[in-house]
Design a protein around this ligand. Sequence first.
Ligand code: P1T
Length: 382
Amino acid sequence: MKFNTKVIHGGQHHDPSTGAVMPPVYQTSTFVQTSPGRPLNPDYEYSRAANPTRTALEEALASIENGARGLAFSSGLAATDCLLRLFKAGDEIIAMDDLYGGTYRLFTRLYKDSGIKFHFVDMNDLEGFQDLINENTKLVWVETPTNPLMKLADIAAIAEITKKHNILFAVDNTFATPYLQKPLDLGADIVMHSATKYLGGHSDVIAGALIIKDKVLGDELHFKQFATGATLGPQDSFLVLRGIKTLHLRVQRHCENGVKVAEFLLNHPKVERVYYPGLENHPFHEIAKKQMIGGFGGMVTFTFKSGAKQDAISFLEKLQVFTLAESLGGVESLANHPALMTHASIPEDKRKEVGITDDLVRLSVGVEDAEDLIEDLKQALA
Ligand code: P1T
């Protein structure tokens, strides 16, 4: 089945009891047993373990990412947290040096006393990255493109190294979506999503996902999910499943508008630097062309010639079509100031070190008419 068919039919079955075309929202916490320990339907006894609406979503997730098992969580961070439960004191994790602020906070603050050692490295320095690998290294974690600096990591090249050393390799595929990039096909073991973003697509749900290539590892993670409990409820599972059905159409338009916005900003006299992997001058454009198939997404980040924080703030306050808000990947265009908003949990010196400056603005370009978006940017930059 091709991707555009999978988003609609992948892993989906008509409801067996009613023939409903869409899976009903099974708003139930528990399921009937005919005898102790013998549920009426052997797949369902309690919704923390499994719920049919969540199953429908999980099967769709596995289908669109080409994995053996999908798991749906109550947030992207809950999905990442569940993955981290595979590791113990003494283990080491190598992560990319530009990550969503909440992921960085989870790694550096929540897991500070866990005994797990985190390294944050430039994943494009493959030699430096390999030098860090030792017998305790258990996981490599990348976001590509990264939030907010749009750095890329070469998934196939990293997978070759992790395979050689028998290390798990996880990719946060939130920005690219499986429409543009399929990490499991490129050699990764696990894909993570903030399904709050493009998969849901309508800014109306907080959700997360893990998609695992290997069934045995998928089952182990399902056990951890069931035993800790950060599962996605039936109503939210329904919303993400509905979002996925138009993922291909939405992402196409996000990409078209993303290019137009990036090119407009590139030629604007007040703009210093535009971070968009589709631009030829983007430092990782060649990797983007290799692993992002069909477009470069709808996320665009830029800085001001003046370098002034106040210019970024005034611009954000003047926007009218773009909404100033955290999050991304919805149909509506959003704008964000990473240093004061989504990445404020990263200490200032670390932010500066990676390039999250006070004049940096991140745009999630939506699916509105591109002319209206550009007019809005023009008036806010004036
Ligand atoms: O918010 P949540 O669903 O828990 O997902 C966390 C997360 C993980 N990975 C990436 C790349 C993300 O962008 C996020 C969430 N990001 C935002 C809320 C934001 O505005 O950047």
